[in-house]
Design a binder for this molecule. Structure first.
Ligand SMILES: NC(=O)c1ccc[n+]([C@@H]2O[C@H](COP(=O)([O-])OP(=O)(O)OC[C@H]3O[C@@H](n4cnc5c(N)ncnc54)[C@H](OP(=O)(O)O)[C@@H]3O)[C@@H](O)[C@H]2O)c1
Length: 266
């Protein structure tokens, strides 16, 4: 498509995105700047991305400028970039908790700004990306972002007021799922199964269950009822989970992560 795309930051998420989105970005020119130069050079040795010598040069070139540094560093990098961002550029921020208004405040004449929240599973083509464009973002840029992130999973428009929720649900969610899978496997190991096999069975089971929800559009409770036959093994397990307030524990985890996201922004 021939855009120039710049990344400020060369951390884990940019590494994951360059790895996963590479084919979809093959027509674009890619540039990266990072505070620690060795990290951007490491990316340039693995992906077709060039290292910009300064934020200024990166900003001057970029049609799309991704902000991918830790939330506390966003103000600093924007203060260096703001005078050099092209008038018609799209600024794409991935920083958790940093609002569109706080990004706009760095500019005398703000460019188009969009907030996104991708997640780790995009590295295996099953990502979930939330996208919130400022009204000034051109519809074709919104479409291009939705299309780009749909090449590595699902992408949906989400109102900005829900971004702390999305950060908790799909951003932190993979870690909660890893914990659940590890615990399921531990239960199987406790009952004599080899650990490697237990991880495979647990992970495939969770993936299959998730797929049914996405593909059948059935209520999770209805699907649970299909598995749980009267006086059966599943009902015994569900009873144990419910006695220990499993649902409340999981709801609390998502709520705590959303609260932490709001705190980081506050
Ligand atoms: N990882 C995810 O799954 C994920 C998902 C969605 C959104 N995000 C967001 O993406 C951003 C980067 O996350 P990450 O996981 O890639 O983190 P990371 O691997 O820890 O990388 C952090 C990046 O921030 C830079 N940075 C930190 N302090 C800085 C400062 N004072 N000045 C300039 N740069 C600074 C680091 O530069 P150095 O290399 O010089 O330290 C590095 O490029 C965060 O805002 C996070 O909320 C991450």
């Amino acid at each position: 498509m021939g855009r120039t795309i710049g990344f400020i930051g060369a951390g884990k998420i940019v590494d994951i995105m360059l790895g996963a989105l590479g084919p979809a970005l093959s027509g674009d020119e890619l540039w990266v700047w990072n505070r620690t130069a060795s990290r951007s050079e490491a990316l340039a040795s693995r992906y077709p991305v060039r290292v910009a010598p300064s934020i200024r040069e990166l900003a001057e070139r970029s049609d799309w400028l991704f902000i991918a540094v830790k939330p506390h560093a966003v103000a600093k990098v924007l203060s260096e970039a703001c005078l050099h961002v092209k008038e018609d550029a799209l600024v794409v921020s991935m920083a958790a908790g940093v609002t569109i208004d706080s990004i706009k405040a760095h500019f005398a004449a703000p460019p188009a700004i969009v907030r996104i929240m991708p997640n780790l599973p995009l590295s295996v083509g099953h990502g979930m990306t939330a996208i919130c464009p400022d009204p000034a973002v051109r519809p074709d840029d919104v479409e291009s972002l939705l299309t780009l992130f749909s090449t590595v999973g699902r992408a949906r428009l989400v109102e900005e007021r829900l971004f702390d929720t999305v950060t908790a649900l799909s951003g932190s969610g993979p870690a909660f799922a890893f914990l659940f899978i590890e615990s399921m496997a531990d239960g199987a190991v406790l009952n004599g199964m080899d650990r490697t096999q237990a991880y495979e069975f647990a992970a495939q089971t969770v993936m299959g269950a998730a797929k049914i929800i996405l593909e059948s559009a059935k209520h999770p409770g209805e699907l649970k009822d299909i598995v749980a036959s009267p006086a059966g093994t599943t009902m015994a397990g569900i009873h144990s989970l419910e006695r220990k307030a499993f649902r409340a524990i999981v709801m609390d985890a998502v709520d705590a992560a959303a609260r932490r996201s709001r705190e980081l922004n506050g």
